[in-house]
Design a binder for this molecule. Structure first.
Ligand code: GDP
Ligand code: MG
Length: 201
């Protein structure tokens, strides 16, 4: 197994993150926790690329559909369909419109427990219930109720990989190998060195 400090995750600042001028704020949150930025680019994806991104996990359509049906039921509401695939098809169409509306910023962050740490900083998917202190909880006020009512995607500023496996697939979807740069970041010494040698003159 690779050392914890080598874990990588994929993060995308969605069109609303850029339009809300939150790029610096979002990047700053990953920087200040100690993660290392090893890849970054601004992209204008097309609809096919967005669909490929969301369906890299062949189970995503089923899981997201079932999750959405459950979330309607939990609120005492009737889901728009009983078929998870039909639900996800509508979600995907809206995501394609949303994600191609303006540029996005794709990034790879590396460091100990990068996937889980980034998800913790990003917060839950629906801004209405994302914890205060998280990116989605602090900077946006959308809800599924409002976005579904307006037949659009929920605007939640950011995407972040949900697992190490998902991160690997997403990183190779968005980045060529030579676009990721391995280098030493000086703060890694205080984060990871076992003996903290050489700090005193
Ligand atoms: P994430 O990993 O936190 O971004 O969330 P998911 O991977 O579960 O979902 C990806 C995207 O699908 C979200 O950003 C939403 O646009 C959409 N989505 C997921 N769950 C729901 C839901 O219950 N209702 C609606 N309307 N959209 C959803
Ligand atoms: Mg996800």
């Amino acid at each position: 197994m690779e050392h914890f400090k080598k874990e990588q995750t994929f993060v995308l600042i969605k069109p609303d993150g850029i339009q809300r001028s939150l790029v610096g704020e979002i990047i700053g949150r990953f920087e200040r926790i100690g993660l290392k930025l090893i890849g970054l680019k601004m992209v204008l994806p097309d609809e096919k690329f967005v669909e490929q991104h969301y369906t890299l996990d062949p189970e995503w359509r089923r899981i997201t559909g079932e999750k959405t049906i459950k979330s309607y039921r939990d609120k005492g509401k009737t889901p728009p369909s009983e078929d998870p695939f039909e639900i996800t098809a509508a979600i995907l169409e809206r995501l394609k419109t949303y994600m191609t509306s303006s540029p996005v910023i794709a990034m790879v962050w590396q460091g100990a427990h990068a996937v889980k740490i980034v998800r913790k900083l990003v917060g839950g998917t629906e801004p209405l219930t994302s914890d205060v202190g998280t990116i989605r909880g602090d900077f946006v006020l959308d809800s599924y109720e409002m976005s579904d009512g307006d037949s659009r995607s929920v605007r939640n500023l950011i995407h972040a990989s949900g697992s190490v496996e998902e991160a690997k697939k997403e990183i190779s979807h968005w980045f060529a190998k030579d676009e990721l740069i391995q280098y030493r970041l000086v703060q890694e010494q205080i984060l990871y060195d076992v003996n903290l040698d050489g700090l005193l003159k």
